[in-house]
Design a protein around this ligand. Structure first.
Ligand code: FES
Length: 170
């Protein structure tokens, strides 16, 4: 497996982390709190995502949404059968089982309401007019199409440890 090695010099002053290995030679310290850690490429990517989602638990990069399920804003996703409605990104994120997360458009296929969803028995219900929609990846009904049944538009959702990755182009 291709592996990039990054030398991190973890400084004790201000908690600043410096990526430049060239600094190692000029910043040698006898401070026992200093240490050199070697990170894999995957670890660097994961740490970067944790930093970018640290503020409010999510980070949108173009058409990709990253969401930290350990952040307080998304604590409901710790429970199977719970979901969050991210109004900023028009997406419902559901913890369907212990290991399965799914993401759907939050636009109701009936008349486009986005903020009146509940979930039970494998279906989302929009309380505006009471229609329910499934979560299967077939018979998709589009936002505001006046459909009163069918399944919500679904986005490909993957996971990097505790970071969910939602692809809005899928
Ligand atoms: S807008 Fe959702 S059921 Fe009518």
């Amino acid at each position: 497996m291709k592996r990039l090695e990054f030398l991190y010099r973890i400084g004790s002053v201000f908690g600043i982390t410096t990526l430049s290995s060239s600094l190692l030679g000029s910043c040698k310290s006898n401070d026992p709190e200093d240490e050199i850690v070697t990170l894999s490429e995957d670890e660097v990517i994961y740490n970067d995502l944790k930093n970018k989602t640290a503020n409010n638990g999510k980070y949108l990069d173009g058409r990709i949404l990253y969401l930290d399920i350990t952040h307080d804003n998304f604590s409901s996703l710790n429970t199977v059968g719970e979901f969050v409605n991210d109004f900023d990104n028009y997406v419902l994120i559901l913890r369907k089982s212990e290991d399965l997360f799914q993401s759907f458009s939050n636009c109701c296929p009936h008349q486009g309401t986005f903020n009146q969803w509940s979930y039970s028995n494998g279906r989302f219900r929009c309380s505006n007019h009471g229609n329910t929609y499934g979560t299967s990846n077939s018979n998709i009904v589009q936002c505001g199409s006046r459909s009163t049944s069918g399944n919500l538009k679904q986005y490909q959702t993957s996971r990097n440890q505790d970071i969910l990755i939602v692809d809005f182009d899928s």
